[in-house]
Structure formats: structure tokens, C-alpha cells
Design a protein. Structure first.
Length: 181
């Protein structure tokens, strides 16, 4: 684990707050207060709509909790946190391509971070007021599954000053067939 002193203040405070003694109950409470909507903010249906019973049967319990109940995996434990492999990251629920290794960067925040999605229409962003904070949630535009959140203005030095903070467990990496750099 890197030095906590180098973390953006807001992320550190968020992490401590989320993963304190009551983290589990807060997360559960938030999930129940703010169930996964079946429509986009525009009121349209997601292109892929499946009964929750099917998602529950297909995904393992941890995947289901993050993807379909908008949970958050613990920091620094996700399989793609520090991954440098060249390739494409797809939605672990539906397989839609979402991010590429080209925009992945070292945020030291404990979750995979990208400064841009693969394409603007690959994801949708929804204002999230759960847990008493205003954040912008990121979901798969194809199936509506929860991916993470996007933060702006943290001055990581990337071209657009954005950080898509995405749960590893929401993604599946397909390594590129091209030679690794
Ligand atoms: Zn999806």
C-alpha cells in the first residue's frame, strides 16, 4: 500500500468514511435506499434488461453486490488496481467494452482509475446522493450495472482532469493481441 499522505484529501476521507467500523451497514443501507433503477436518467430503458434473478444466478455474490446493488469493493484488493496490461476492459455483467488500458493511470487511490471511457456512449453518469454525499455514479450504458464513480478537479495531470474510479470486480480485462509495450 502506498503512502496515505499522497492521496487526494477527498478520496482518503471518503475511503475512511466508507470503510470505517460501520462500512458494511452503511453500504447495505445505501443499497436499499437507492435501488438500481431500470431506466436511464432520460427515462429510457437500458438496451439490455434482464430479471435480477438471472443476474443473481450468473454473477457470484461479490460481483452481484457491486454490479447490481451499487456496492463498492474494498480498496487495494481488486485484481486490476495496478494492472498495466494492454487491453480492453469490458463490463463483467454484460460484456460491453467500456475502457481501455490507454486511459488507465496510477491514481494510488486503491481502485483502477481511468481518465476517459472507451467512448462517451459506453457509460452513463448519474448523480448519486447516497451516503450523504454528492457523487457522480458511473454505470454501464448497455445493462445499467454499477461500475464506480467519476471525480473531477483532482489535478492528477491527465488531459481532462477526470478520474473514473472503477471497481475491478465490475470489469473483465481482455489483453490485446498486439505486442505489449
Ligand atoms: Zn454492462
Amino acid at each position: 500500500m502506498g503512502s496515505w499522505n499522497t492521496f487526494p484529501r477527498s478520496v482518503r476521507e471518503l475511503t475512511e468514511w466508507l470503510y470505517g467500523a460501520d462500512a458494511r451497514s452503511f453500504a447495505d443501507m445505501a443499497a436499499h435506499m437507492d435501488p438500481m433503477p431500470s431506466v436511464t436518467p432520460d427515462g429510457a430503458s437500458f438496451p439490455l434488461v434482464r430479471p435480477e434473478s438471472e443476474w443473481r444466478a450468473e454473477l457470484n455474490p461479490d460481483e452481484y453486490h457491486v454490479l447490481r446493488e451499487a456496492g463498492t469493493e474494498r480498496p487495494f484488493v481488486g485484481e486490476y488496481t495496478d494492472t498495466k496490461t494492454v487491453g480492453t476492459y469490458a463490463c463483467r455483467a454484460c460484456g460491453a467494452d467500456l475502457f481501455t488500458s490507454e486511459t488507465k493511470f496510477d491514481s494510488h487511490c486503491g481502485w483502477p482509475s481511468f481518465w476517459s471511457p472507451l467512448a462517451g456512449e459506453a457509460i452513463i453518469e448519474i448523480e448519486d446522493r447516497s451516503l450523504g454525499m454528492r457523487r457522480v455514479e458511473v454505470r454501464c450504458a448497455n445493462c445499467g450495472s454499477h461500475l464506480g464513480h467519476v471525480f473531477e478537479g483532482e489535478q492528477y495531470g491527465n488531459p481532462v482532469d477526470l478520474r473514473y474510479c472503477i471497481n475491478s470486480i465490475s470489469l473483465t480485462l481482455s489483453p490485446s493481441a498486439l505486442p505489449q509495450e
